[in-house]
Design a protein around this ligand. Structure first.
Ligand code: FAD
Length: 285
């Protein structure tokens, strides 16, 4: 295994959790219940998405405050697509005021049909901008794509852009979710060979639903291996069987990742506690 994974294996695995801003009061109550239950996992921080699914900057900041109120260290996601430098600057100032010390810096995706309206084009530009504006105040995570970002020209170009993004001042990375452990280890080796020594934490998407997962995976370029697709399809509407199978698959994947030196796990909780708790309880951490 790579020097990167060997060095990472010495530290205990860091767990982090991702939430998204709720759309209404009922969803807000659900989020609070979920976040309280997931305290059990002992995450080193939790993150809150930005812009995805039409959420707003205010939505992210409100959710950040809610989670801070529960005692969590919170990392808001910040994307540069569609934002002016002034508004990014304001957002950074408001996060500093709120005592935020961590960010997940992203390009984001423009809703289809809208042009590229941001003043910054790539996440690497955003990382550079954050460092110019706020020095070392924030610990910055960026996104990594073991199975390649869907818009990249090719795996090598994507890796080069990732390395440039790290070198722009990121402290670590979180991956897009994947179900092929080898894709992650291959990416780790290639990034290490290019000098990236910062932790690259696998993003973990619990499997709870077949059609939604298939749709989402197509969009973000994550492969669902044939054997998993066939098993999920075979359960039809039997949600309990999908969940039970999904949990087995994810426990196996997470344990493989941890045993081979992944520095931690970042759970995409989907604002719901059961699947994440179910996996976490079965891991040897
Ligand atoms: P970048 O790193 O900028 O890369 C985007 C593409 O541009 C890649 O194909 C890359 O190879 C290419 N590229 C980079 N630099 C150059 C260059 N100089 N020249 C040519 N090509 C280049 N989206 C949201 O809207 N809100 C969220 O909260 C959110 N959270 C996320 C969290 C994680 C952990 C992950 C993995 C993704 C998240 N996303 C979120 C999705 C993300 O915004 C999309 O995947 C987006 O398409 C790419 O963002 P990025 O930061 O990876 O972009």
């Amino acid at each position: 295994s790579s020097p990167n994974s060997a060095a990472q294996a010495e530290a205990p695995a860091a767990i982090s959790l991702e939430f998204f801003p709720p759309r209404d009061n009922a969803a807000q109550e659900r989020l609070v219940r979920t976040a309280k239950q997931l305290v059990a996992v002992g995450p080193s921080y939790v993150s809150v998405t930005f812009g995805a699914g039409g959420s707003t900057r205010e939505g992210t900041l409100n959710t950040v405050r809610t989670l801070q109120g529960l005692g969590y260290e919170v990392a808001p996601h910040l994307s540069c697509v569609g934002s002016t430098l002034d508004s990014l600057s304001e957002t950074l100032a408001s996060y500093r005021k709120a005592g935020i010390r961590r960010l997940v810096a992203l390009r984001g995706d423009m809703p289809s049909g809208m042009g590229d309206m941001g003043e910054l084009r790539y996440a690497s530009d955003l990382v550079r901008f954050i460092r110019e504006e706020s020095g070392d105040w924030f610990h910055i995570e960026v996104a990594a794509y073991p199975e390649m970002h869907p818009q990249a020209a090719g795996p090598d170009a994507d890796l080069t852009h990732f390395v440039n993004k790290m070198n722009a001042g990121a402290n670590g990375a979180i991956t897009q979710y994947f179900f092929n452990a080898d894709a992650y280890f291959d990416f780790l080796d290639r990034a290490t060979a290019k000098g990236v020594l910062a932790p690259i934490v696998p993003g973990i998407m619990p499997i709870t639903n077949h059609s939604q997962l298939a749709r989402f995976s197509d969009m973000c370029g994550a492969e669902i291996p044939r054997w998993i697709r066939l098993r999920l399809a075979s359960y039809g509407d039997d949600k309990a069987s999908i969940r039970a199978f999904g949990q087995d698959v994810m426990v196996e994947l997470c344990q493989t990742l941890l045993d081979s030196g992944a520095p931690g796990l970042h759970f995409y909780t989907m604002n719901s506690p059961d699947a994440t708790l179910g996996i976490w309880k079965q891991l040897e951490l």
